[in-house]
Ligand binder design. Structure first.
Ligand code: ATP
Ligand code: MG
Length: 397
């Protein structure tokens, strides 16, 4: 019996499929993570039932990827992906199968999966079906392709990035043949959509053993087929040698951009097809880092860059310098700032127009910037009188 809440919740789905005369198993990452005693985030179910059969068995379903055989079954507010056993044939473009064929055999379905540790199925009773010896590999901590590594990477080159990200997540080793095939087939990564590469890279950079994933990317040559990283082997190795563990994924990107982008931050990030919101956040972190290196941690800089970018930058800087995190000091200094944003000023654009009788214009922003600077440098307090006096004294009114 499986003693895990997620699996227990999914059990009635397997049972319903079985009662309708089909086979159904837990598969993929959830089984792997259960065996490794790692946290489980989603449950995948594989079944001999065809997608339309799955839809007739359950009341609430969503077609999330029916062309690949995946139906989302909703139960008590939770969604479970139920995927029909399938094989994939003919990968003429190194990335997606020309044809997905639904099959009735679990063995064939497990055979098309990437690594032995991901090709273990488990019955409702908790019995493991492991035709490719995933369990011994899990015990030894080895990432090994199901079948011939060269063939498997030629079918879908993304699997090479997946290998690197599993190294980061699990601190596993690469089986030597799998590693050799990675070196041989690295150029095939150029056929893979950037979005899929980014997805794996983000997982790699969020995981505990980031250095392991980055090192394998450098060592096998995968880096040459990742946006902005061609020719950056040394840089990646230098980053991998740092104590990266405490950094968040965005802070990791700040560090990578700082080390690898050679000034062209936006283009580097756009090359990875990141959302403009992410590009802005990472870019701001890097700009903050560059400013701190020339200006130091002034209150004005903290005020202008704001807390999020300052903390991201502080975390990345601590790692770059090999010293303990000093974000707490930065946060305290932020809380001690006399104002946090322009809306905290005790004088507004309307006040300035009233004092001068001048119409609205760019001059207002310029004046307010001067005032903010003076407050941050503790030259004046944030009172209406002192602001007016200050602007008069510098002939702005
Ligand atoms: P995660 O913890 O990130 O969810 P996962 O192993 O569950 O890891 P998914 O991307 O959710 O990874 O895929 C579920 C399963 O589908 C995998 O465990 C593997 O069996 C199979 N799989 C996923 N991507 C591929 C691929 N590119 N080639 C072959 N099999 C794959
Ligand atoms: Mg998964």
């Amino acid at each position: 019996m499986i003693d895990h809440p997620f699996f227990k919740e999914a059990l009635p789905i397997i049972q319903a499929l079985e009662e309708s005369g089909h086979e159904a198993y837990f598969v993929g990452g959830a089984v792997r993570d259960l065996l490794l005693h790692r946290p489980i985030h989603d449950i995948d179910i594989a079944t001999s039932a065809l997608p339309n059969e799955v839809k007739t068995i359950f009341m609430h379903t969503i077609d999330v990827g029916i062309e690949h055989g995946t139906i989302l079954v909703l139960r008590d507010g939770c969604g479970f992906e139920v995927t029909t056993f399938r094989t994939e044939s003919e990968y003429s473009d190194f990335r997606r199968p020309d044809e997905v064929k639904f099959v009735r055999s679990l063995h064939d379905d497990l055979k098309r999966r990437d690594f032995t540790m991901n090709a273990i199925a488990m019955t409702a009773e908790g019995k493991l079906i492991d035709p490719f010896n995933g369990q011994p590999d899990l015990t030894k901590g080895i990432i090994r392709t199901v079948g011939d590594a060269s063939e498997r990477f030629s079918e879908d080159a993304l699997r090479m990035m997946r290998a690197a990200r599993f190294m980061s997540q699990l601190s596993f080793e690469l089986d030597p043949k799998t590693c050799k095939a990675l070196v041989d087939h690295a150029p095939l990564l150029s056929h893979i959509a950037v979005e899929r590469k980014l997805n794996e890279m983000d997982k790699l950079l969020s995981a505990p053993d980031k250095a392991a994933g980055l090192s394998i990317i450098a060592q096998t040559g995968l880096y040459a087929f990742l946006p902005g990283l061609a020719g950056q082997k040394k840089t990646i190795e230098r980053i991998a040698a740092l104590q990266l563990q405490p950094l968040s994924v965005n802070q990791m990107w700040i560090l990578i951009v700082y080390e690898a982008a050679a000034g062209d931050i936006t283009n580097f990030l756009r090359g990875w097809r990141m959302s403009s919101r992410r590009v802005k956040r990472i870019e701001k972190g890097v700009r903050t880092l560059n400013r701190v290196l020339t200006e130091g941690w002034t209150d004005l800089l903290l005020y202008e860059m704001q807390l999020e970018a300052a903390v991201d930058c502080a975390e990345a800087m601590a790692v770059l310098d090999g010293r303990p995190s000093f974000s707490k000091d930065i946060i305290s200094r932020w809380h001690a700032l006399p104002i946090k944003s322009r809306s905290d000023l005790n004088a507004t654009g309307s006040d300035l127009m009233e004092w001068t009788g001048k119409p609205r214009g760019a001059w207002i922003k310029e004046c307010l910037e001067l005032v903010e600077k003076a407050i941050m440098n503790r030259e004046i307090n944030n009172t209406k009188e002192q602001i007016k006096e200050f602007l008069l004294s510098c002939s702005r009114l």
